[in-house]
Design a protein around this ligand. Sequence first.
Ligand code: MV4
Length: 623
Amino acid sequence: MFEKILIANRGEIACRVMRTARRLGIRSVAVFADADREALHVKSADEAKRIDNYLSIDSILAAARASGAQAIHPGYGFLAENEDFAAACAKAGVVFIGPTPEAIAAMGDKSAAKRLMEKAKVPLVPGYHGEDQDAAFLEKEAVRIGFPVLIKPSAGGGGKGMRIVSDRTAFASALEGSKREAKSSFGDDRVLIERYLERPRHIEMQVFGDSHGNVVHLFERDCSVQRRHQKVLEEAPAPGFDSRKMAQAAVTAAKAIHYVGAGTVEFIAEQDGRFYFMEMNTRLQVEHPVTEMITGLDLVEWQLLIASGQEIPLKQTELKVDGHAIEARIYAEDPRRDFLPATGRLLHLAFPRGEGVRIDTGVEAGGEITPWYDPMIAKLVVHGRDRAAALERLRAALADVEILGLTTNVEFLRRVAASHAFSSAQLDTGLIERNRAELIPSVDLEPFLAAAALAELAHEEAEARRLATASGDLYSPWHRFDGWQLGSEAHHDFVFLESGVEHPVRVRFGDAHQGKASKTRAIRDGNDWHVLLDGVYRRLSLKSELAASGAEAAGSLTAPMPGRIVKVMTRAGAKVGKGEALLILEAMKMEHTITAPADGTVKTVHYAAGEQVLEGAELVTLE
Ligand code: MV4
């Protein structure tokens, strides 16, 4: 076994790999880009090396050499499925903890992978995945397959460049669109054509191969609950699905390419149970913990054993499913703004603990979610004796997640977990879209405004008390801290901003109403009140304070909120006068004109019309 490994990744998966390494007595080397100097994965490692970025093969191999690591775990994403990286590791004399470059390449090209699988008799969706890319020929193939068909880029995965075509007249332009997108995304415009399945389930099989020719499967995961190819909930086993034939097909697929290491064979399944090979992911997946929970195994340990040349530790007949597991991915994103990634500091972070609950995270309170990397905050994984028990644990655990500082999908996850569709396991890839109204309801801001207003009053009183004590002049009218009870004013007005909308609030003193008690947590950060009320988070900005500080004055050149640039009215080199409109940002269905704060010259325009921007993004640089 290795004595020291380098983890060429960041975030939760880097921390996850290090946990197993530590348990096995293996030293771990973290690598970090400048933005991650203080990150949890750096603190969790035995040593750490700075790299240029997580995609720099040279920089990572230099870190491996300098630290004396014998092997590299790539995690997922970044270089995990990069055959050049796997080959470069071999050339540098470092073990790549994963499959061979040949196996990565065999599955990287989706058309070639399907041809290989066809030869191995793994079931495929009826379609064409040959080399002939002539438009008229492909159209004839589509007619032969039968509409609706799906055009997919050969080089891609994950839905990019895919086009559904419902009849022959729409084929030619859809083909053009798919090829254009494939070319720009993958640098390769070859496509394949398949019959389009309307309501498929996404079911994938976990497999392992070793260098002695053994292959086993670790059962399936149902990942049907997705949103635009982003998985939301994953579970194992797949409810109501007999996976025995799929397991055989997955083992056949892995054997066909002499697969070594952890891999996932992805299928789509029709509601009647028929299934077809989609692609194979040649890495450890984000959702691997659900498999660990139902098998009681550590998949990273298996990866390390296999990479060091050992045999798979168990035979297929020794592998058993115990109970049911569900994973929920907690993201910094705003479901109410079409799941736009959210950025900011995690002001407060509390996760549930307890039997059958596992949290995999790579951040801590005080840490930041930046636009540079994936906005996943944590994976919450639960286990129970059956699906109902696991689901009950999921609901209880999600109710106990507390995150303040930025918008997350936790509320959305709670609603999915509570929905009839998910509870009754009516799983297919359209579950979220079909239930959108139930899953993303509009919310009543009133209790949040009340909580923020009261928190602000208490804050101002405490502040006045502090100033009075500090000044020594307890009688100055500027240093009143007698609150409202003794004061003559009958009310106090505030204006809060939430998602770009103003909300006036009047707090009246003296009226005693019987209210409803709520569990509330509020944190003030700058001019923002971060409020968690009965588990639901909202950020409310004090408008008057904003105006005073000028942070969001008319001339701000950063995006006041996430949105899309609809129009750019200036260009680099242009002389602009104070107040002149520079560009228009659309957010929350409103247009916001960004104007020049002073006379000057435009140095750089950072965005073009149509582009999405994150909150706080610099839009224009003036000089
Ligand atoms: C399909 C399909 C329906 N019919 N292929 C999307 C990404 C890629 N991995 C495969 N995908 C799909 N391929 C045929 N012939 C529907 C999807 C699909 C999907 C698949 C798995 C999980 C979520 C999905 C969401 C939308 C579409």
